[in-house]
Write a protein that binds this ligand. Sequence first.
Ligand code: CA
Length: 229
Amino acid sequence: MSKVLIIEDEVAIADLEKDYLELSGFEVEIENDGTVGLNRALEEDFDMYILDLMLPGTDGFEICKKIREKKNTPVLMVSAKKDDIDKIRGLGLGADDYITKPFSPSELVARVKAHLARYERLIGSNAAENDIIEIRGLKIDKTARRVWVNGEEKQFTTKEFDLLTFLAQNPNHVFTKEELFSKIWDMESVGDIATVTVHIKKIREKIELSTSSPQYIETIWGVGYRFKV
Ligand code: CA
């Protein structure tokens, strides 16, 4: 099921968008604050973003720019003024589409569907060139940032994916938690090595048959972790 994140501070509009998208079979999350929404957009994996322009915290311009620095996921921008659309285009933020308020919910749904279909084709057409790691039943597509365990796709947050991929690319190498933290999290991140432990736990829940006797990520007591091959 495709997941859509709506960042919109007008609750009635956000709820309307959500209702219509859910009726069309999408999984929808809403954030009303720009900054909270931006953090979720960067941390979690969504298939599409719907951004309002004027938001408390971080505005839609900035959110779009930040998403584009990291992801190719389609972005639909929603604006109350036609003039803003020229401004968005002029800024070259990389939004895929624009819609002005008021809009018909069915138009919104049609546009979301069209962008998701286009994006799926884009990912599919690049599949042959994708960089894939396969270790026993675990398959990591580094290009599409997707993971399968024994043929079943699992959802990972950005950092979980980065951490798993880093370990899998360096098999049998023991890394300390400090090393992993500095490799995966940038300097301004709030957190410490406990963050690493939490992420390892979450990754194991998704990839291991038994988290008490992991077959992929092994704990080296007093040192850190290594990916077993
Ligand atoms: Ca607004």
